[in-house]
Design a protein around this ligand. Structure first.
Ligand SMILES: Cc1ncc(COP(=O)(O)O)c(C=O)c1O
Length: 387
């Protein structure tokens, strides 16, 4: 029996996913398949390392020791064939914090920042809240797979974008970008002098026949123009520990990022984030392989269930991430009606598509990272809501 079948009660742990549905959806006790965390325990090695640190009992200021950079470098080399050097690494509490820091470090107020919708909502927020201008080159849904319209992408770059926020793999579309796609993105960004901020937080959860390629690993030239963001939070379900890593090869750019961190008063990470991050990258590999197998089964079950009960709904077959993007336009419902049915009749919390910007209308995003029994409960609620 898989360790991931264990159902763990997350109530009374201040879980955003389980205990904030009233604030976000207006109702308590909704079955939560929305925010992107998992209902699984992390690798045992992470729990053991944190327990050991707790037992020490003194929690003064801590720095990120070199052993963390070594663990991350070894992980990137083994899992993604990317050979980085430890000094390229900096740390932030979260990837969203790192996005905001990079926007401030590498652009000025009023500058244009490029993204590709539908995409993770804080991409828009971080650009706008920092008084930069969102420029969108929407993805194109072609035969159930998101594609980049490169002619349009180039035209957008010609408007003078300073920074491109690449979501790789893509949330919510589930694309794991191919080498050719990444090379083309890189070529155009280099041509138009646009830095690339690559959010690769989902890079470790990729299904069997696909392979994530860090865009910075593709050429020396590109590696000088890319800021890469990774974290153990999605991979090992450690979001509450608040630790992420920023990889910048170019020394001048790294200094610029570091100076911005200092301006924000950020100097180090939470003690448990440091401990958990190192243990996860050092010892979490077998756990992750098992997780991916489990998620693959959940994904196949979901697609089969929806195909059987809702031929009008198309599930975009994700190549990575534990998030599935459902095209519900065939139901003929407005987003408001769909949301109300899911919440009021189904008692189910899913992410509404319009949150992800242009192209999200008529879609919902479902998080399948839970024990299979809980997934079935959620899917039954989905069916109850819509029949
Ligand atoms: C693409 C992407 N970036 C960043 C995050 C959040 O990162 P963090 O919690 O480290 O700020 C998420 C979470 O869902 C995400 O999907």
């Amino acid at each position: 029996m898989s360790i991931f079948n264990e159902r763990i009660d997350r109530l009374k742990t201040s879980s955003v996913k389980w205990e904030l549905t009233k604030d976000i959806f207006g109702e308590m006790d909704l079955w939560p398949m929305w925010v992107a965390d998992m209902d699984f325990k992390p690798p045992q090695a992470v729990i053991d390392a944190i327990k050991k640190r707790v037992d020490h009992g003194v929690f003064g200021y801590t720095f990120v020791p070199p052993s963390v950079s070594e663990a991350i470098s070894a992980w990137l080399l083994k899992r993604h064939q990317w050979d980085i050097q430890s000094p390229w690494l900096l740390y932030c509490s979260g990837v969203v914090q790192a996005i905001s820091t990079a926007i401030n470090a590498f652009t000025n107020e009023g500058d244009k920042v490029l993204l590709q919708s539908p995409v993770y909502t804080p991409f828009f927020d971080m650009i706008e809240k920092n008084n930069r201008v969102v420029v969108n080159s929407p993805l194109v849904l072609d035969e159930n797979r998101y594609q980049i319209d490169f002619a349009q992408f180039e035209k957008t770059l010609q408007q003078g974008c300073k920074l491109f926020l690449l979501c790789s793999p893509h949330n919510p579309g589930g694309r794991v970008w191919t080498k050719d796609e990444l090379l083309k993105i890189g070529e155009l960004c280099l041509e138009y002098n646009c830095l690339i901020l690559a959010d690769e937080i989902h890079s470790d959860i990729v299904y069997k026949q696909y392979h994530h390629i860090p865009i910075a690993s593709l050429s020396d030239q590109l590696s000088e123009k890319v800021i890469t963001l990774i974290a153990p939070s999605k991979t090992f379900n450690l979001a509450g520990l608040q630790a992420s890593a920023v990889i910048i090869k170019n020394k001048a750019m790294r200094t610029q990022f570091q100076e911005q961190l200092k301006r924000q008063g950020v100097f180090t990470l939470n003690t448990f984030g440091i401990i958990g991050m190192e243990a996860a990258y050092r010892e979490g590999e077998n756990w992750l392989d098992e997780l991916i197998d489990y998620l693959q089964d959940n994904k196949e079950y979901t697609i089969q269930y929806l195909t059987e009960h809702f031929p009008q709904i198309t599930c975009i077959d994700s190549e990575g991430t534990y998030l599935l993007w459902l095209d519900c336009r065939g139901l003929g419902l407005s987003d408001k009606d769909l949301r109300n049915l899911l919440i009021q009749k189904g008692k189910l919390a899913l992410e509404p598509g319009p949150k992800f910007g242009h192209g999200g209308e008529g879609f919902v995003r479902i998080n399948i990272a839970c024990p299979m029994d809980d997934l079935i409960e959620g899917l039954n609620r989905f069916k109850n809501a819509l029949t």
